[in-house]
Design a protein. Structure first.
Lengths: 221, 221
């Protein structure tokens, strides 16, 4: 029978802490790229200009069909070779995660904007607002409330995806786990501990999202 | 320019790329088959009135959905030799990890689809004297399945993209061989660009199809 021994793993808890901070850091940076880019693609898709519509739609389809790990490798190995300069794992991970996730954010923003009844846009027009003003002060504030739960779920997926940055040696939680596993010769305990940390993080976040969703549903009535 | 983007290199190694592509398709097929076949019983278990059946299924799905697939792969890589007596076997580790991971995700699609069937349908079938199994077999599942088709198409796309992560445990997928060729020839630009484009070309038709099915379904409601 296998004897579980977590003691060696816990001796490295400072690395677990570093890893968790790395995960949060790369998540925040990727989100700062993904959300604005996603909003841009969403607005383009809803534009009246055919050319902008096409670019927005094509971008979303291409991003939905791109494998994140391939993009991470591309930005870490191929991109510096094109630029003929080195690029840090952090920058490569932020670019790949940010660009890849922007497709999911574009979908949720588009869905949220479309869900606001067209009457609202017409009312804005009747008040003499430009389409930009209508979007900014009439539609978006209402759409944000509706989008919030999906936004949180998409962000949970983004944080989960940051674990792949370990493959290009960015020092987040999963990377530190591979390090601890090779130091302690206790891979099962190490990955069990890491899985537990992720589990607590994601299950509490999705629990919170469900709570917010219920609250919003009640106040919508 | 040929020095910069040398496609002959890819012709030289085309057997490796084809083998990688075949393994990517194989792993996706294994994961989707497992999800479609075993996701239904797990989804039904989560809807069961009996806690003895419902709780284990909820825990199973919760654990797999709230931890990253990369951590699961690393865990099973350590787990397989120690508990299942299977030596270093990347094919087994990748298939096993992706199968149970996808069963968890597909069970949620089944659960959502079944829950979306109006209670009146179940009551009507009960009034006709059908037992629980007959209700599911003839009334609920056939109607629910139609609604689940877009979700399963999306799931296939997500799984196909995610199988690249199996290269982390030395499963010979497309990305694994691309990295091999890139490291041998030091040609990151060609190899990773081609793999990224391959994914986009293969998956875009499915992305478009999934979107069409979603719209079609939304319109028929």
């Amino acid at each position: 029978m296998y004897e579980w021994n977590f003691e060696p793993v816990l001796r490295y808890r400072h690395l677990l802490w570093d890893g968790l901070l790395g995960t949060l850091q790369i998540s925040a940076t990727s989100l700062a790229i993904a959300a604005p880019l996603g909003l841009l693609f969403a607005v383009m898709q809803l534009s009246r200009l055919r050319s902008l519509q096409f670019i927005g739609t094509a971008a979303v389809y291409i991003l939905r069909s791109t494998a994140l790990l391939v993009l991470l490798f591309w930005f870490y190995f191929a991109f510096p070779a094109i630029l003929r300069t080195a690029i840090s794992p952090y920058a490569a991970a932020a670019l790949a995660l940010g660009i890849q996730s922007s497709g999911y954010y574009a979908e949720l923003f588009r869905g949220g904007i479309v869900s606001i009844a067209p009457g609202q846009a017409e009312a804005g027009k009747a008040l003499g607002l430009t389409s930009g003003q209508t979007m900014w002060s009439i539609i978006l504030p209402q759409a944000v409330r509706r989008m919030l739960p999906v936004f949180l779920l998409t962000t949970i997926d983004l944080v989960k995806a940051t674990s792949l940055a370990a493959m290009i040696t960015f020092e987040e939680l999963t990377y530190q786990a591979t390090h601890i596993a090779s130091q302690t010769y206790r891979p099962m305990e190490t990955y069990a501990v890491i899985a537990a940390i992720y589990f607590v993080l994601f299950s509490s976040a999705s629990g919170l999202t469900a709570y917010i969703e219920r609250r919003l549903a009640v106040s919508d009535r | 320019m040929s020095q910069y983007f040398d496609l002959n290199l890819l012709m030289t190694y085309h057997t490796l790329f084809l083998r990688g592509l075949a393994n990517t398709v194989m792993l996706t097929a294994v994961a989707m088959t497992a999800g479609l076949v075993l996701g239904l019983p797990v989804g039904l278990a989560r809807l069961s009135a009996s806690r003895l059946i419902r709780y284990p299924a909820t825990v199973f799905v919760g654990l797999l959905r709230n931890t990253p697939i990369l951590v699961q792969l690393f865990f099973f890589q350590a787990f397989a030799p120690l508990f299942l007596g299977i030596g270093n076997n990347p094919v087994f580790v990748a298939c096993f990890a992706f199968a149970i991971y996808n069963i968890a995700y597909c069970s949620d699609i089944f659960r959502g689809g079944i829950k979306s069937i109006e209670i009146g349908q179940v009551e009507a079938s009960r009034a006709l004297g059908m037992n629980r199994l007959q209700q599911l077999r003839y009334i609920v599942v056939p109607q629910a399945f139609r609604r689940m088709v877009p979700a399963f198409t999306n799931r296939s796309i997500e799984v196909a993209k995610l199988t690249t992560v199996a290269s982390a445990v030395a499963y010979g997928d497309l990305l694994y061989y691309a990295k091999l060729v890139s490291d041998i020839e030091y040609r990151p630009i060609e190899t990773y660009t081609v793999v990224a484009l391959l994914f986009i070309v293969v998956l875009i038709p499915f992305s478009v199809l999934a979107k069409r099915l979603e719209r079609h379904l939304a319109a028929s409601k």
